[in-house]
Design a protein around this ligand. Structure first.
Ligand SMILES: NC(=O)C1=CN([C@@H]2O[C@H](COP(=O)(O)OP(=O)(O)OC[C@H]3O[C@@H](n4cnc5c(N)ncnc54)[C@H](OP(=O)(O)O)[C@@H]3O)[C@@H](O)[C@H]2O)C=CC1
Ligand SMILES: CC(C)(CO)C(=O)C(=O)O
Length: 324
């Protein structure tokens, strides 16, 4: 199976590198220093390297693949997606390894918002046009990775991936992709409700990540502040109510979910790391999208909107989010 990774950063580097180590031909669409590193020494994950099948900044050089793993930060996609069409043939499976509410989320999900494309994550519908939801196999990434340097990915915690058809139905392609990912040493679950898995992960990071970017605080400090902790749980309560309405109910209590995060100690969320490095933050997929879903359902989201407004303004002031 020919695989192409779009965005060979932390997650893309781990996925691509592990698959390449297992003997899978994995090419990369990359740019800048990452492109140079992949060209020179191939994939490098932890201390293990493997040749890259092909590497280019131009998808036309790479051509159609059986599986395209999309692992850029979600805010890159609206501009990048149209350039990805040469990678996509009629039977290509697109596996988005992204956090937040993805562009394909309401495809074959049923309910009041069936087929909705969100302005928050696909404002000009370029992503939906270039990466058709019918070719998407949903994915949730439950691992932590970072880049030691361009082209050198480190897997720092976890190894779990959840994949699933947006419709929830079993499929031959889900089985094929699960086997592929397992060959890279990942623990893979095939879900019959992948949107629930997306929503559950989002439920944790849609609060911690923006609050950390807003306050520059590690997770322990955020959760030790009783007012911030209570605010987080109000945001989570609103998000859980939306989840229940769209068919992604959450069984856990907010207290229990927060306790799980608290046990991780004094860590910096990925959004805080991006903010500190002066990189744009992934606010739209994590928070703007949830606010938009609430608005589309006419569900009031005062706490989500307060979080969004404050984080967006702070990020704009620091050049980490586009101005209106
Ligand atoms: N890191 C983690 O532990 C986890 C991350 N996630 C999610 O996975 C997704 C990817 O995150 P992560 O791997 O951390 O992000 P990174 O920033 O490490 O990697 C993204 C990569 O995409 C590249 N990229 C962006 N635009 C282009 C372009 N136009 N052409 C070619 N390459 C491009 C970036 O290149 P450049 O460096 O040049 O900008 C970078 O190498 C996000 O949605 C994140 O929230 C999910 C679970 C865990
Ligand atoms: C670890 C966790 C859940 C914190 O919100 C996360 O997803 C992130 O840092 O991006």
């Amino acid at each position: 199976m020919r695989v192409c990774v779009v965005g060979a950063g932390a997650v893309g580097g781990v996925l691509g590198g592990r698959l390449a180590r297992a003997g899978v031909p994995v090419s990369a669409l990359a740019r800048g220093a990452t492109l140079d590193a992949l060209r020179t020494r191939g994939w490098l994950v932890d201390s293990e390297s493997a040749p890259a099948a092909a590497v280019s900044a131009d998808a036309a050089d790479l051509g159609p693949h059986d599986v395209v793993i999309v692992a850029v930060k979600s805010h890159h996609l609206p501009v990048l997606a149209p350039a990805l069409t040469p990678l996509i043939g009629p039977s290509t499976v697109v596996v988005p390894a992204l956090n937040g509410v993805p562009w394909w989320f309401f495809h074959e999900f049923g309910g009041a918002l069936e087929g909705t494309v969100l302005d928050a994550t696909d404002p000009d519908r370029t992503v939906t046009a270039a990466l058709p939801p019918s070719q998407v196999l949903g994915c949730v990434v439950h691992l932590a990775a970072r880049q030691a340097e361009p082209g050198h990915a480190l897997l720092t915690a976890g190894d779990e991936l959840i994949i699933g058809e947006p419709s929830g139905a079993p499929s031959e392609r889900a089985g094929r992709v699960a086997e592929l990912l397992r060959s890279g040493g990942f623990r893979v679950t095939v879900s019959d409700a992948i949107q629930r898995d997306v929503w559950f992960k989002l439920w944790g990071n849609m609060t911690m990540n923006p609050i950390s970017a807003l306050t520059s605080a590690t997770a322990d400090l955020i959760l030790d502040d009783p007012l911030v902790n209570a605010f987080i749980q109000r945001v989570m309560t609103e998000a859980a109510a939306i989840g229940a309405l769209i068919g992604a109910p959450i069984a856990q209590s907010t207290e229990d979910r927060v306790a799980v995060t608290r046990r991780l100690g004094a860590f910096k969320t990925s959004m805080l790391q991006d903010a500190e490095a002066g990189r744009p933050i992934e606010l739209d997929a994590l928070v703007t999208a949830v606010s938009e879903i609430g608005a589309r359902l006419a569900v009031p989201t005062p706490n989500i909107d307060a979080l969004l407004g404050l984080t967006r303004l702070a990020a704009r002031r620091r050049g980490l989010y586009p101005t209106a």
